[in-house]
Design a protein around this ligand. Sequence first.
Ligand code: GDP
Length: 507
Amino acid sequence: MTSNRRTFAIISHPDAGKTTLTEKLLLQGGAIHLAGQVKARGQARRARSDWMKIEQQRGISVTSSVMTFERDGVTFNLLDTPGHEDFSEDTYRTLTAVDSAIMVIDAAKGIEPQTRKLFEVCRLRSVPIITFINKVDREGRPGFELLDEVADMLALDVSPQSWPVGMGGRFEGVFDFASNTVSRPEGGSREFLGKREDDPSLPEESAEEIELAKIGYPEFDEEAYRNGDLTPVYFGSALKNFGVTEMIEAIAAHAPPPRAQPAGDEQISPDRDEVTGFIFKVQANMDPQHRDRIAFMRMVSGTFKRGMKLTPSGLGKPIAIHSPILFFAQDREIADTAEAGDIIGIPNHGTLRVGDTLSEKNQIRFTGLPNFAPEILRRVKLKDPTKTKQLRKALDDLSEEGVIQVFYPEIGGQWIIGVVGQLQLEVLVDRLAAEYKVEAMLEASPFSTARWIAGPEAAMKDFEQFNRANLAKDRDGDLVFMAKSAWDVGYQEEKNKDLTFSATKER
Ligand code: GDP
């Protein structure tokens, strides 16, 4: 029985209101008692580690987490995705672990670049999307313009499910199509306090708009939604509580239960009679006092019980999972059981890696969790050369966590790190200092990109012989071609037809 699980993420451009909506969802889900606690907790955590100052300064969320709450018999697993574009790699991986997503759009801004990028990732995997057009309590763009923008820019059918009755100074609530009710602003704060008004009388202009919205767009079609071809659209204000209940209800009613996951040519269904899952995220040093490390596993099938033995694909021998963690919003709780669709945190000391499959029988390998080719490569230089060992440990840890990728050149001792965004470099230097007491500098490297190479043994040997100066091993010991330019990659591909040069590495 997995049909009551809903595992989803919220995607948005920074500032669209993801944090606020998250808070309100958790609040309504009964997971927290006071709004504001998500941020407050975040701040307490930040204070513990220096590198997290970056988060504070830039107002971004680097750490991502899992929040579980229950409502009316449905278990919701909300996976937080870091919003800043520099953290796309981590975000993309998180999106491999969800079955659906809420896309939050600022009503004054419409589709912004990061919204679009994240949407494309969802589309690649046909992840269905519910759209929430936020901040209608403020002046925004006209509803029709926003609907058409979503439809045109994302090439999706849009099906409005509610409508703002005025915006900004003239805002008088949100009308819900299905229930024929309106949520009204109340009191000095102009919030929605929970009681919907039946058969409301609306200003003529709004009534006309609503008529047009109902007839001018496709009706909601669950199959089209689940295929990722249509998005139901809700208007609301996370800050003032409008449309939040509708979000929860829509996810409960329409969002898909846990989906089957690809493992090579096979699809592993949630009813498979074996516990399987994959690691989509590893977070080291959540508590620097303890140097702990949590691997986040998305359960794909079976019923997990505490103490169970599972075999991680990267290790090849079983480990007992004695203290798995469920991430209830308030606190970490020890999990006794977990079902397909649930996320469990597994404390470990480095045995579990992003992309690992965990299973009882060790017969399958989930596919589709890519490592992305880094776009920025830098040499790491130590201020104090006696700290080589600490540096290696730190780089291994942080690459395992997916913060950076690390490449150990075949010739020479200068290690190279790769990232997809500039901000990751700052995070790296800060974390090296704060958590590992290693002072390091980053210098230009002669390389501009990297490709994982594979092919027949003889061809690999040949290639290695002639290109040793441009070869490195990644954290797993896999061979990587370090290229000076895209041209360089093309040239080598042309010259070595037996080999594949891959920009992503599937683990
Ligand atoms: P995130 O970066 O997407 O997580 O955005 P936040 O939730 O932190 O919100 C960004 C800013 O927009 C904050 O100042 C919020 O208070 C504000 N905000 C969020 N939702 C609403 C809303 O519905 N109405 C208004 N007026 N402001 C909002």
